[in-house]
Design a binder for this molecule. Sequence first.
Ligand code: AMP
Ligand code: GLY
Length: 431
Amino acid sequence: MSMKVLVVGGGGREHAIAKALARNDACELYAVMAKKNPGIAGLCKDFLLCKETEVDKVAEYAVKMNIKYAVIGPEAPLAAGLADCLEEKGISCVGPKRLAAQIETDKAFCRNLMREYDIAGCPKYNIFHDPVKAEEFIRNYGGDLAIKPIGLTGGKGVAIMGEHFDKEGAIKYIHEIGGEVVLEERLLGEEFTLMAFVDGEHLVPMPLVQDHKRAFEGDVGPNTGGMGSYTLADHKLPFVKADDYKDAIAIMKDVVASMKKMGNVYKGMLYGQFMITKDGPKVIEFNARFGDPEAMNLLTLLSSDFCNIVEKIASGTLSDADVEFTHKATVCKYIVPEGYPDSPQPNCDIEIGDIGDAVLYYANVVEEGGKLKTQTSRTLAFVGMADTLEDAEKIAEKACQSVSGKIRHRKDIGTVEVLNKRIAHMKEIRQ
Ligand code: AMP
Ligand code: GLY
């Protein structure tokens, strides 16, 4: 019997979700996306072009198509209560309901949850609703701070004193964004992503990933949604010690247990972004969904049946045995329009050449008259998978080089040089 699954979202992450689901022949795929992603459209029996946040329209479509399960990719529909609406109509969602999604959509909620339930890894923080009070705090604070708008910003609203600006610049920024902020101690260390499948109670972790948020090589320039990411064959990262890893898992489990206790049962993917500091792992943030690009690494690696995982999440019966990943390294590199993220060049033709062994995921790109055209966000991604990081990087890089047009990518992602730099940085921090 076929299993009707709806994928919500039209980016690279959702293409990876669709592709992983489609590996099961029994899966009949449907999608809702704002623009037609050529990769997703090619895998679906039918799709609706509509904003993912138009909850009623999405739900109406899901009911009409007799959908059984929905996998929700981006955060915006979660914030708009799509999971609540679909669940009401008897459609099981991989993606939390609105109140549980606050773990991502409301940074003050996230920090207060950690404080209230005494969850480890929470940096020192203060919440403000008034720019004058926030300014006063900054003026009197001895060190550097991370400045985080409370609501969703597409990953681009956080700014760090000592990195993006000095004290006066920070104060100016606070006034620009209106003073609804969390100010927290600036952490120093290396970042990594730990994602897990969660069925409301059980948490099954995925391999560790490192994303690259900065726009340009050498980790400089503005923050982006993520320019690329890598994983290693042992599913760990060499600068994350065994104890740090255990602590990070415990933090994630505590979050799931606390959410349940407070009545906001959490189902879906939980994304933990951590910074390894000299005092162990600290939480930068949680997301209520797969990371993008991280999902492309992990769903390429996933060797077990994603449809089965979806069913188990829905029924609350997920166990470690349901989730396996191939022991290979992966490197994911995003191709982005020239000028991204500040002034991206949309509507430019691109052509994909010989991509060798790489896996292609379409993202914010449209097909017109048989030609692919850039939009304003990340265009497409390539994943290389191999026994070693070096080989995986070569596969992804070769595929990126094959693309012509007004686009660019970060050549340094997944290189051994960058990995060694991370290891050396962490050594320095721990001294
Ligand atoms: P976020 O949108 O919360 O993921 O933050 C974007 C980026 O800001 C992160 O990837 C970190 O590099 C940086 N960041 C966030 N919080 C902190 C912090 N407390 N200390 C240092 N850097 C931070
Ligand atoms: N790669 C970062 C994110 O998905 O938020």
